[in-house]
Ligand binder design. Structure first.
Ligand code: TRP
Length: 490
């Protein structure tokens, strides 16, 4: 059967941008900027984007497009023993999408609650006690929260119908689901700049605190944010670019994706801080505190800010539709990694059937986060997955491509097909800069986690986190060993 293809180059670009632009842009980026030095955070962020993020994106694009295979197949073509790296990224993808979908399920609940602005009395209480019905600790599972499970089912049905025909249905969906959240962000921005206090919010956003630049944590956060926001490491961009023609442009698409994604992050920062500025002026809460509220930003602080506005229901609906339409293309891009890899290996299977079972698997894997201790598990999983699996997967990839396969043939391929040339600097970035920076990130995180157990969770709960890192890692090594042994035997 002929390989699936994108309907056009624009559709590919929309799909790649759709994957990159997600919760990471509206929620994670503004809160990191607020926490780590305001405008000064932009310096490590932009440096990370240029010297690490975009080169890595170019690498994923060229690997997928040149090899014309999903994650497992492409890695195998880079080296016959490297299929196990595909297993590592596939398991990690399944885990990430399983909880990403749960965050979307919360957004569905909030979308429904927007019609009556149900949280307006006490947003924090509403989130913890009405939506999550959170238990008193990770030790107490507290049973399944059925309304979250129901919304999770809805989210997975939506995801299924976006991907069930592969590039064909994805191509149709992204035409709407990528521009829509940007338009909604624009409307929210217009709302923000007509409210008192928005300028104070922008000041807090952009006012640089230069002393932040000497804090290593600011730098590590900027680098890991770039990896998260560009959907690198888990093979999303490899899979997507494998549906392009072998001789399509690479460099310009990679730079476009990276620039559009960061522009949307910066833009979202203006919206978030503008509205927080208004909220600070209404409630006497210091802006810094509001912005650095972490995971609570989207589901506690922001709903509260929305409820203070004139026409709160309207802007709440806009905000949560924005969040959902933003999240969905990131979520299904991860599912596509699994679909792509499975279909490469089993060509006789039907796309819609594989998609169905992958969605079922993702749904089942997410049930744990719908318990009343779900938020704790989500927090632990997110911590280990983004700080270890993501970074490890990226390190393995640059070693595989840069040192084992060789960067020069890849760079030659890019320059043969691209309008914009990629210079020798790219080889240096892939071979030296990225692996060194990522190893430093990994080492700092590891020493931090060993010295102070993350989030004060009990040992058994953190054990689950470590298992999420170590089980795929072990499977990777076993595959490697197996491939190697088989090769010796023949
Ligand atoms: N980039 C998405 C965001 O910013 C998240 C995401 C989608 C992702 N696919 C990924 C992160 C793959 C890491 C790996 O929300």
């Amino acid at each position: 059967m002929a390989r699936q293809r994108w309907a056009s180059r624009t559709v590919f670009l929309l799909a790649a941008v759709g994957s990159a632009v997600g919760l990471g842009n509206v929620w994670r980026f503004p809160y990191l900027a607020g926490k780590y030095g305001g405008g000064a955070f932009l310096i490590p962020y932009l440096i990370a984007l240029i010297i690490v993020g975009t080169p890595m994106l170019i690498l994923e694009f060229v690997v997928g497009q040149k090899m014309q295979q999903g994650a497992i197949g492409s890695f195998r073509k880079l080296h016959p023993y490297a299929g196990g790296l595909g297993i590592f990224t596939m398991i990690s993808s399944l885990v990430i999408v399983s909880y990403y979908a749960v965050v979307m399920a919360w957004s569905v609940i909030y979308f429904l609650a927007s019609f009556g602005v149900q949280w307006s009395d006490n947003p924090k209480n509403y989130f913890n006690n009405s939506v999550l019905q959170i238990s008193d600790g990770v030790n107490n599972l507290g049973g399944i929260n059925w309304s979250i499970l129901l919304c999770l089912t809805v989210v997975w049905i939506l995801i299924y119908f976006c991907i069930w025909q592969g590039t064909k249905s994805v191509g149709k969906v992204v035409l709407y689901s990528v521009p829509l959240p940007v338009v909604l962000l624009g409307l929210l921005l217009l709302r923000a700049i007509t409210l008192p206090g928005f300028l104070d919010g922008w000041r807090a956003y952009l006012n640089p605190v230069w002393s932040a630049l000497v804090d290593p944590e600011v730098w590590t956060s900027a680098f890991s944010q770039i990896f998260f926001t560009l959907s690198l490491g888990f093979g999303v961009m490899i899979t997507y670019s494998s549906y392009k023609q072998e001789d399509d442009d690479i460099a310009r698409d990679a730079w476009s994706t990276a620039i559009i994604n960061s522009a949307i992050s910066l833009f979202a920062g203006f919206v978030v801080f503008g509205i927080l500025g208004y909220m600070a002026s209404q409630t006497d809460t210091p802006l810094k505190e509001l912005a650095a509220s972490g995971p609570g930003l989207a589901f506690v602080v922001f709903p509260e800010a929305l409820s203070l506005m004139p026409l709160p229901w309207l802007f709440s609906i806009l905000f949560f539709v924005m969040l959902l339409s933003l999240g969905i293309d990131s979520a299904f891009s991860i599912v596509e990694v699994l679909n792509g890899a499975i279909l490469d290996q089993h060509k006789h299977l039907k796309l819609s059937v594989v998609s169905f079972w992958v969605c079922i698997a993702g749904f089942i894997a997410g049930i744990i986060y719908t318990t009343r201790a779900g938020l704790y598990f989500l927090d632990i999983t997110d911590h280990f997955l983004t700080n270890y699996n993501l970074i490890l997967a990226a390190i393995f990839q640059v070693i595989l491509a840069g040192w084992i396969y060789g960067v020069e043939p890849l760079r030659r391929h890019i320059n043969q097909v691209s309008d914009w040339r990629v210079g020798k600097w790219w080889n240096i970035s892939i071979k030296y800069v990225i692996p060194i920076i990522l190893t430093c990130l990994l080492a700092t995180q590891l020493s931090k986690d060993i010295n102070t157990p993350y989030g004060g969770y009990p040992v058994w709960a953190l054990g689950i986190g470590w298992a999420i890192v170590l089980i795929p890692l072990m499977l990777f090594l076993l595959c490697l060993l197996n491939d190697w042994r088989r090769n010796i035997e023949v």
